[in-house]
Structures are given as C-alpha cells and as structure tokens.
Design a protein around this ligand. Structure first.
Ligand SMILES: [Zn+2]
Length: 157
C-alpha cells in the first residue's frame, strides 16, 4: 500500500534544513513520483512487483535523475529565472533516499540494495521505528516552519 503522506514530514524537514542546496518541492515531490509503481499495482492491478525496481537505490535514483532535470528545466523555462538544476537533482535524490529509508523499515518485500545484495531491511524490530520516525518528521517540519516564519518576520524592517 503506498503510504506517501507519511513521508512528507521527514522530506520537508530535510528540505528546509538544506534549503540552500536542495530544492524543497522536488524533495517532497519525489515521494509521489517514486510511489507511482505501488500505486499502479494496488489501484490498477498492474502486473509489477509492489515495491520492485522503483524501491531500490539504483532504480529510485535512476527514475528521479531525469525527472528532476525535466522539472528543473520546465521551471526555468516557465519562470525565466536563474535556477540551479543541481538543486533539483539533489532534491530528487535526497527525497528518494529518505523515502527508501522509511519504506525499507516497514516493507518486507523491498530489496533496496538490489542487484548487489538481497538483504531485506524490514523485520519486526525495524517496523517499531516507522511510526516514531514519521511522527518525528512531522513535528520537526512544524517546528522548522514556525522558526523560519518567526525569523522572516523579525528580518522585515
Ligand atoms: Zn514507497
């Protein structure tokens, strides 16, 4: 089952912390993009593995690299602003890594290190960490948004 909303807090928090280097929307959007495969399997009964290629380090990174570049180029074209494509790539890749980290704790069908290892991260112990991690991500996100908002208000003359 794709549980995309659980990832938003952690990804947004990391995006805010490293906002000088990574594109925050791309870091958050990568959660939705990488869960397209499980979404297709669950809702359209597609004959893929639930968390197959898209939920491996190589597969997820390979999917997000061109997607991040395309999104960056589209934004650059639409806004005519000077945009760092590297920040889009970093946002997409960091977002995928965080997504795979959280998913690998809970999904026993995920073999995140394929083709180098068939090690499955998830077990009864790692599954206990899933709820605290995503809840902490949301709490951190709320705190960071409040802190950033207060700092912006204070900077204004
Ligand atoms: Zn996922």
């Amino acid at each position: 089952m794709p549980l995309t909303p659980l990832h938003f807090g952690l990804n947004t928090s990391v995006g805010i912390i490293f906002k000088k280097y990574i594109n925050i929307p791309m870091c958050v959007l990568s959660n939705v993009i990488i869960d397209i495969q499980p979404f297709l399997v669950v809702f359209f009964d597609c004959k893929f593995e639930l968390h197959g290629f898209s939920h491996t380090l190589i597969g997820g990174s390979a999917i997000m690299l061109p997607v991040s570049v395309i999104f960056g180029l589209i934004r650059k074209k639409i806004t005519k602003q000077k945009i760092s494509i590297v920040s889009y790539i970093l946002g997409g890749e960091v977002g995928v890594l965080l997504h795979l980290f959280l998913d690998s704790l809970m999904h026993s069908d995920m073999v995140v290190f394929l083709p180098f290892s068939d090690f499955v991260v998830a077990n009864e112990h790692t599954k206990k960490f899933v709820n605290p991690v995503w809840i902490a991500g949301y709490i951190l996100m709320i705190l960071l948004i409040i802190i950033n908002t207060v700092l912006r208000i204070k900077r204004k003359p």
